[in-house]
Design a protein around this ligand. Sequence first.
Ligand SMILES: [Zn+2]
Length: 165
Amino acid sequence: MQLRISVNDYAELRRNYDELKQFRFYPDAFPVMDHEPLKHYFQLLSSPEEIGKAIITLITFQKDDLVAQCSGIMLPFQTLHSLQHEETLFFHDDWYAGFLLHSCEPNCKLDMNDFTLHAVRDIKVYELLTVDYNATEKKLYQGFNCLCGSANCKGWIGGYDYKEN
Ligand SMILES: [Zn+2]
């Protein structure tokens, strides 16, 4: 089993779109991108109800690796599965990045300028992919009480501009 991705894998996969599209997270209408998430490498899980869906990795990553090039629809408003791009512009990604779980000690970081996902530490096979929502969202669509269990857990997660009343 091959555990790391190379751009050659994508070149190989892109040769046959009919085959590739079975493995895409994103809809057919979205342009194919190098390093977009594919089901060879990731799986969308339905986790216990209070958490909802989650993404796990089927391959390993090393710190600073590009994990995935995410995509989405740019919207002038927030949705449950959107990520903040600018003050009033949001990437709605109901296929992949919108399902990354929050952790106060995440294994990934989402760059909201180019929408790339990078590993912030080594990641093992079958790990849940997590990001810090407080780092990407000014105010969450739906705040929640974090149960990540990390030593520096922030408790209530509402976005970086959130102020508890
Ligand atoms: Zn936490």
